[in-house]
Design a protein around this ligand. Sequence first.
Ligand code: SF4
Length: 195
Amino acid sequence: MVQKSALMLHICCAPDATVPVEDLTAEGWQVAGFFYGSNIQPVEEYRLRLGALHKLMDYHNGLPVEEAPYAPDVWLSHMLRLGLMEEPEGGARCTACFELQLEAAARAAIRLGCSHLCTSLTISPHKDAARITSIGERIAEENSLTWEPRIWRKKNGFLRSIRASKELGLYRQNYCGCMPSLLGRESPAARQGRL
Ligand code: SF4
């Protein structure tokens, strides 16, 4: 197999990264991961998701993953400054959240000498893949990186991720991450399976 370039995979959570890591590695990419995490509340939940990430890294023989320092106050200040805390899930707060995460991943990609940038976010059927792709393309270009456009949920990607998470015994969260998404998980929309 021809070894491809170094690719920075932004990992939103371990279950969502199962398929991207498996597929990119099988394709010959040198994969490094980046986990942002400061959007996640409370800290106990952050620790659970970090534990799942470590489990996934171990399964992939120590896949290198850079973890950003946990700074929920920085994430919250940013959203408050932009006046986005009352936004519904899927709205402008999520756009700003994707931007924060992908900008941090781009900086990590540069630090680690990666040429390509990608994200696990597009495996979720609940997230706007077109918006994520457009943000990723812009941020990659601004940082002289190449965006690797993948919609991971295609070809049963989401189902595969559920199966793989079960097999590996990975913790799977039942809300996106921030406090508004935690508080909204008992909403009628959440009960209908949108979260
Ligand atoms: S719902 Fe998820 S993507 Fe949207 S702001 Fe909260 S943590 Fe970020």
